[in-house]
Write a protein that binds this ligand. Sequence first.
Ligand SMILES: *Cc1c(COP(=O)(O)O)cnc(C)c1O
Length: 390
Amino acid sequence: MVRKFRIENWHRKIVTKRTLLKALSFVDAHPDLRTPVLLMDKEKILENASLVGKTIPNSHVFYAVKANADKAVLSLLKDKEIGFEIASEGELDLLIDLNISPERIITSNPIKSVPFIQKAYHYGVRYFAFDSLTELRKLEKYAPGCEVYVRLAVPNEGSEWPLSKKFGVELDEAFILLQEAKKKNKVNPTGITFHVGSQCLNVYNWYIAIEKAKQLWQRCAEAGIELKMLNIGGGYPINYTRVAPDIKEVEAYISRFLKEKFSDKIEVFIEPGRAIVGDAGIMVARVLGKAVRNYENWLYLDVGVFNGLMESLGGIKYTYIPEEATHASSSYKKWTVAGPSCDSMDVIAKHVDLPEVDEGMLVLILSAGAYTVSYASEFNGFPIPEVILI
Ligand SMILES: *Cc1c(COP(=O)(O)O)cnc(C)c1O
């Protein structure tokens, strides 16, 4: 049986045709597919990985492992000339298991546990972020001689997943912290980092961040602290329900800003997460049931907020492609799409335009490769989607 999906022209602008076709033929080849499942297009991951940093001089790319820590995904990226950004012992263990050398690993989480610092340092990791005196003292004690970079607070307006309040310090404090590192001379103050917010749709955020970093860089130079590296974090957006600036467009802005503010000699670190794996992933879910409640059409899928689509709570909206019902009219309805659990928080989206679908049918959820399975829990006994590379 060949399943027919209701593919609209605009769907083809959200993910590449090849990714969609690969997912469709995988589904066709597996009539008894266990759902939910996350299909990851290998070629797309590799293509994304080779695009990032391409137009930024002297740049090094470190994949933010938290976006999708699946072993097969990591192992695919291992074979690329690409590094990894981690935050925990758990993520470090994954990389050690894959024999990824420590020179390819950095950690930009500004607050780290002591056992993690010790383990990373012992393994040979040498790049650590910080944004407080407490963290600096920990690094001096447990990672002597390492390279430290300070996290600056920068605007996150226009990012669909802001990160700015939890981490980062303002210019004056950042300067004091780097001075303090230099004074004690136990670790090397080597650079500056920031994060403009994830799924950043506002390129102006990079402009402000780079400008701020430049001011700090200059103050350091005047005080005899010679910085070498600027880590511009992640934040590159992908297409969910609309077309966002792609890697090339975003980097055209970033490299222009960098050229304006910095010399070519600085090293640039980039830490993309979402942009490497997000649009390579298509989630295949199944319709468990439907109902009309208070004049609203409810659609229940076997993947929801808890077992994969957690980001929908923060406002990420996905594109859904349902299987075509044979009897149905072609007219669209508004649906509230919910996950399988008994928790009322488990609602993925409201006011979604979809044609009629039946129980047991499949629904493709596009751009689901980042921050889905890595967030997922087995709450209420519903399985975390299996990740399959296609
Ligand atoms: C999460 C994170 C990233 C990746 O961000 P994306 O928006 O997924 O590109 C990069 N750096 C740090 C420090 C992060 O915490």
